[in-house]
Ligand binder design. Structure first.
Ligand code: FES
Length: 276
Protein backbone atom coordinates (compact mmCIF):
# COMPACT_ATOMS: atom_id res chain seq x y z
CA UNK A 1 0.00 0.00 0.00
CA UNK A 2 1.34 3.43 -0.89
CA UNK A 3 2.03 5.81 1.99
CA UNK A 4 -0.09 8.92 1.83
CA UNK A 5 1.42 12.04 3.40
CA UNK A 6 -1.33 14.41 4.36
CA UNK A 7 0.89 17.10 5.90
CA UNK A 8 -0.26 20.27 7.57
CA UNK A 9 -2.23 22.91 5.71
CA UNK A 10 0.06 25.76 4.72
CA UNK A 11 -0.32 29.06 6.51
CA UNK A 12 -1.10 32.09 4.37
CA UNK A 13 2.12 33.39 2.83
CA UNK A 14 3.60 36.64 4.17
CA UNK A 15 2.99 39.85 2.26
CA UNK A 16 5.77 41.80 0.56
CA UNK A 17 7.57 44.47 2.59
CA UNK A 18 5.62 47.74 2.42
CA UNK A 19 8.00 49.47 -0.02
CA UNK A 20 8.08 46.50 -2.38
CA UNK A 21 4.32 46.13 -2.19
CA UNK A 22 3.82 49.83 -3.04
CA UNK A 23 6.11 49.56 -6.07
CA UNK A 24 4.45 46.38 -7.31
CA UNK A 25 0.99 47.88 -6.76
CA UNK A 26 1.82 50.78 -9.06
CA UNK A 27 3.22 48.45 -11.73
CA UNK A 28 0.28 46.05 -11.41
CA UNK A 29 -2.27 48.86 -11.73
CA UNK A 30 -0.58 49.95 -14.96
CA UNK A 31 -0.81 46.41 -16.36
CA UNK A 32 -4.39 45.83 -15.23
CA UNK A 33 -5.54 49.07 -16.85
CA UNK A 34 -4.69 47.61 -20.26
CA UNK A 35 -7.44 45.00 -20.05
CA UNK A 36 -11.22 45.38 -20.07
CA UNK A 37 -11.48 42.49 -17.62
CA UNK A 38 -8.89 42.61 -14.84
CA UNK A 39 -8.49 38.83 -14.60
CA UNK A 40 -7.05 38.89 -18.12
CA UNK A 41 -3.97 40.51 -16.58
CA UNK A 42 -3.03 37.39 -14.65
CA UNK A 43 -0.29 36.17 -17.02
CA UNK A 44 1.60 39.49 -17.12
CA UNK A 45 1.16 39.91 -13.37
CA UNK A 46 2.76 36.52 -12.79
CA UNK A 47 5.70 37.71 -14.91
CA UNK A 48 5.79 40.88 -12.82
CA UNK A 49 6.12 39.03 -9.52
CA UNK A 50 8.61 36.67 -11.16
CA UNK A 51 10.69 39.72 -12.10
CA UNK A 52 10.76 40.66 -8.42
CA UNK A 53 12.00 37.39 -6.94
CA UNK A 54 13.20 35.30 -9.87
CA UNK A 55 10.39 32.83 -9.46
CA UNK A 56 6.71 32.83 -8.59
CA UNK A 57 6.48 32.57 -4.83
CA UNK A 58 3.39 32.01 -2.71
CA UNK A 59 3.66 35.66 -1.75
CA UNK A 60 3.61 36.58 -5.43
CA UNK A 61 0.55 34.44 -6.07
CA UNK A 62 -1.22 35.99 -3.07
CA UNK A 63 -0.44 39.42 -4.48
CA UNK A 64 -1.85 38.48 -7.91
CA UNK A 65 -4.98 37.03 -6.34
CA UNK A 66 -5.61 40.13 -4.25
CA UNK A 67 -5.07 42.50 -7.16
CA UNK A 68 -7.35 40.59 -9.51
CA UNK A 69 -10.07 39.41 -7.16
CA UNK A 70 -9.19 35.76 -7.74
CA UNK A 71 -8.63 32.94 -5.29
CA UNK A 72 -5.08 31.76 -4.66
CA UNK A 73 -6.21 28.38 -5.98
CA UNK A 74 -7.13 29.97 -9.33
CA UNK A 75 -3.78 31.75 -9.51
CA UNK A 76 -1.91 28.60 -8.53
CA UNK A 77 -3.67 26.63 -11.25
CA UNK A 78 -2.38 29.05 -13.89
CA UNK A 79 1.12 29.46 -12.44
CA UNK A 80 1.65 25.72 -12.33
CA UNK A 81 0.32 25.14 -15.85
CA UNK A 82 2.79 27.28 -17.79
CA UNK A 83 6.44 26.26 -17.77
CA UNK A 84 7.60 29.87 -18.19
CA UNK A 85 6.79 30.41 -14.54
CA UNK A 86 9.37 29.04 -12.16
CA UNK A 87 8.12 27.56 -8.93
CA UNK A 88 11.49 27.49 -7.21
CA UNK A 89 14.59 29.72 -7.22
CA UNK A 90 16.68 29.53 -10.37
CA UNK A 91 19.73 31.01 -12.03
CA UNK A 92 20.27 34.31 -13.81
CA UNK A 93 20.18 32.41 -17.09
CA UNK A 94 17.61 29.78 -17.96
CA UNK A 95 19.33 27.59 -20.52
CA UNK A 96 16.80 25.52 -22.41
CA UNK A 97 17.92 22.81 -24.79
CA UNK A 98 15.31 21.75 -27.30
CA UNK A 99 15.00 17.99 -27.19
CA UNK A 100 11.90 17.80 -29.34
CA UNK A 101 12.11 15.42 -32.27
CA UNK A 102 13.96 17.43 -34.92
CA UNK A 103 16.41 19.10 -32.57
CA UNK A 104 16.94 15.83 -30.70
CA UNK A 105 18.00 13.85 -33.75
CA UNK A 106 20.19 16.68 -35.01
CA UNK A 107 22.12 16.90 -31.76
CA UNK A 108 19.81 18.30 -29.06
CA UNK A 109 19.99 15.15 -26.96
CA UNK A 110 23.80 15.15 -27.19
CA UNK A 111 23.92 18.84 -26.20
CA UNK A 112 21.64 18.26 -23.21
CA UNK A 113 23.69 15.30 -22.00
CA UNK A 114 26.93 17.23 -22.47
CA UNK A 115 25.65 20.22 -20.49
CA UNK A 116 24.29 18.03 -17.71
CA UNK A 117 27.70 16.42 -17.26
CA UNK A 118 29.64 19.66 -17.62
CA UNK A 119 27.47 21.69 -15.24
CA UNK A 120 26.85 18.82 -12.81
CA UNK A 121 23.11 19.46 -12.76
CA UNK A 122 20.01 17.66 -13.95
CA UNK A 123 16.90 18.90 -15.67
CA UNK A 124 15.47 21.91 -13.85
CA UNK A 125 18.48 22.27 -11.57
CA UNK A 126 20.74 25.27 -11.01
CA UNK A 127 24.51 25.49 -10.82
CA UNK A 128 26.00 26.21 -7.39
CA UNK A 129 27.03 29.73 -8.42
CA UNK A 130 23.39 30.60 -9.16
CA UNK A 131 24.15 31.49 -12.76
CA UNK A 132 22.60 28.77 -14.90
CA UNK A 133 19.42 26.73 -14.66
CA UNK A 134 19.37 23.92 -17.19
CA UNK A 135 16.21 22.47 -18.62
CA UNK A 136 15.09 20.59 -21.66
CA UNK A 137 12.39 22.36 -23.62
CA UNK A 138 9.89 21.47 -26.27
CA UNK A 139 9.86 22.80 -29.84
CA UNK A 140 10.32 26.57 -29.97
CA UNK A 141 9.24 26.90 -33.59
CA UNK A 142 12.84 27.34 -34.68
CA UNK A 143 13.28 23.94 -36.29
CA UNK A 144 14.95 25.57 -39.32
CA UNK A 145 17.90 26.19 -37.05
CA UNK A 146 17.96 22.90 -35.15
CA UNK A 147 19.39 22.09 -32.76
CA UNK A 148 18.35 25.18 -30.85
CA UNK A 149 19.31 26.37 -27.39
CA UNK A 150 17.39 29.19 -25.71
CA UNK A 151 18.78 31.43 -23.00
CA UNK A 152 16.07 33.44 -21.25
CA UNK A 153 13.99 32.84 -24.40
CA UNK A 154 16.55 34.27 -26.80
CA UNK A 155 17.66 32.05 -29.68
CA UNK A 156 21.02 30.39 -30.06
CA UNK A 157 20.69 28.58 -33.36
CA UNK A 158 22.50 25.63 -34.93
CA UNK A 159 24.25 24.63 -31.75
CA UNK A 160 26.71 21.82 -31.17
CA UNK A 161 27.87 20.31 -27.86
CA UNK A 162 31.06 22.36 -28.18
CA UNK A 163 29.33 25.68 -28.88
CA UNK A 164 26.84 25.04 -26.06
CA UNK A 165 29.72 24.40 -23.66
CA UNK A 166 31.30 27.72 -24.64
CA UNK A 167 27.94 29.41 -24.19
CA UNK A 168 27.37 28.25 -20.61
CA UNK A 169 31.01 28.87 -19.67
CA UNK A 170 30.72 32.45 -20.97
CA UNK A 171 27.47 32.98 -19.11
CA UNK A 172 28.97 31.76 -15.85
CA UNK A 173 32.12 33.85 -16.32
CA UNK A 174 30.14 36.99 -17.11
CA UNK A 175 31.59 37.28 -20.61
CA UNK A 176 29.35 38.97 -23.21
CA UNK A 177 27.10 36.60 -25.12
CA UNK A 178 25.15 37.48 -28.25
CA UNK A 179 22.03 35.57 -29.31
CA UNK A 180 22.00 34.45 -32.95
CA UNK A 181 19.07 36.76 -33.69
CA UNK A 182 16.68 39.01 -31.85
CA UNK A 183 17.27 41.27 -28.88
CA UNK A 184 20.40 41.23 -26.75
CA UNK A 185 20.50 38.91 -23.78
CA UNK A 186 19.47 40.09 -20.32
CA UNK A 187 18.98 38.36 -16.99
CA UNK A 188 16.01 36.19 -16.14
CA UNK A 189 14.46 38.85 -13.91
CA UNK A 190 14.91 41.53 -16.56
CA UNK A 191 13.34 39.24 -19.14
CA UNK A 192 10.38 38.61 -16.84
CA UNK A 193 9.74 42.34 -16.51
CA UNK A 194 9.73 42.76 -20.29
CA UNK A 195 7.30 39.83 -20.56
CA UNK A 196 5.09 41.60 -18.02
CA UNK A 197 4.68 44.27 -20.68
CA UNK A 198 7.05 47.01 -19.62
CA UNK A 199 9.13 48.80 -22.26
CA UNK A 200 12.47 47.31 -23.18
CA UNK A 201 14.78 50.26 -22.57
CA UNK A 202 17.99 48.66 -23.83
CA UNK A 203 19.57 50.40 -26.81
CA UNK A 204 18.76 48.55 -30.03
CA UNK A 205 16.60 45.92 -28.35
CA UNK A 206 13.32 46.94 -29.97
CA UNK A 207 14.87 47.38 -33.43
CA UNK A 208 16.55 43.96 -33.27
CA UNK A 209 14.69 41.34 -35.17
CA UNK A 210 15.06 37.73 -36.05
CA UNK A 211 12.68 36.25 -38.50
CA UNK A 212 11.74 32.67 -39.13
CA UNK A 213 13.90 30.65 -41.48
CA UNK A 214 13.11 29.84 -45.11
CA UNK A 215 11.56 26.46 -44.40
CA UNK A 216 9.15 27.95 -41.86
CA UNK A 217 8.04 30.60 -44.34
CA UNK A 218 7.26 28.21 -47.21
CA UNK A 219 3.71 27.66 -46.01
CA UNK A 220 3.15 31.42 -45.75
CA UNK A 221 4.35 31.96 -49.32
CA UNK A 222 2.12 29.20 -50.64
CA UNK A 223 -0.85 30.57 -48.71
CA UNK A 224 -0.28 33.93 -50.40
CA UNK A 225 -0.45 32.23 -53.78
CA UNK A 226 3.16 32.88 -54.67
CA UNK A 227 4.05 30.69 -57.61
CA UNK A 228 7.83 30.52 -57.37
CA UNK A 229 9.28 27.20 -56.33
CA UNK A 230 9.76 26.95 -52.61
CA UNK A 231 13.06 25.65 -51.32
CA UNK A 232 14.44 24.91 -47.93
CA UNK A 233 17.56 26.69 -46.69
CA UNK A 234 21.03 25.50 -47.53
CA UNK A 235 22.86 22.94 -45.44
CA UNK A 236 25.11 24.42 -42.79
CA UNK A 237 28.25 26.01 -44.15
CA UNK A 238 26.82 26.59 -47.61
CA UNK A 239 25.78 30.01 -48.97
CA UNK A 240 22.17 31.21 -48.64
CA UNK A 241 19.79 29.90 -51.27
CA UNK A 242 19.56 33.22 -53.11
CA UNK A 243 23.23 32.91 -53.99
CA UNK A 244 23.00 29.33 -55.20
CA UNK A 245 21.96 28.07 -58.58
CA UNK A 246 18.33 26.89 -58.83
CA UNK A 247 17.69 23.33 -57.89
CA UNK A 248 14.76 21.01 -57.41
CA UNK A 249 12.37 22.18 -54.73
CA UNK A 250 12.05 20.16 -51.60
CA UNK A 251 9.53 17.39 -52.06
CA UNK A 252 7.49 18.54 -49.08
CA UNK A 253 7.66 22.30 -49.67
CA UNK A 254 6.39 22.63 -53.22
CA UNK A 255 2.86 22.04 -54.57
CA UNK A 256 2.66 18.36 -55.38
CA UNK A 257 1.37 16.99 -58.69
CA UNK A 258 -2.13 15.66 -58.50
CA UNK A 259 -2.60 12.10 -59.54
CA UNK A 260 -3.56 11.65 -63.21
CA UNK A 261 -6.52 9.64 -61.95
CA UNK A 262 -7.89 12.77 -60.30
CA UNK A 263 -8.27 15.29 -63.16
CA UNK A 264 -10.98 17.17 -61.28
CA UNK A 265 -8.41 18.48 -58.84
CA UNK A 266 -5.38 19.86 -60.69
CA UNK A 267 -2.41 20.79 -58.61
CA UNK A 268 -1.17 24.32 -58.07
CA UNK A 269 -0.36 26.81 -55.39
CA UNK A 270 -2.94 27.14 -52.65
CA UNK A 271 -4.62 30.52 -52.37
CA UNK A 272 -6.08 31.98 -49.23
CA UNK A 273 -9.46 30.66 -50.37
CA UNK A 274 -7.93 27.20 -50.55
CA UNK A 275 -8.39 26.94 -54.32
CA UNK A 276 -5.73 25.80 -56.70
S1 FES B 1 12.23 20.74 -32.70
FE1 FES B 1 13.59 22.15 -31.75
S2 FES B 1 12.84 24.09 -32.37
FE2 FES B 1 11.46 22.69 -33.28
Amino acid sequence: MTDVQLGMPQLPPPDYPADVRARLEADADEVIARYPDSRSALLPLLHLVQAEEGHVTRTGMRFCAEKLGLTTAEVTAVATFYTMYRRKPGGDYQVGVCTNTLCAVLGGDAIFDTLKRHLGVGNGETTGDGKVTLEHIECNAACDYAPVVMVNWEFFDNQTPESALRLVDDLRAGRPVEPTRGAPLCTYKETARILAGFPDQRPGAVEASGGAGPASLVGLRLARGETGPARVGPPRGEPPQDERPPEHPSSHDAPQPTSASDPEHPSGPVTEEGEG
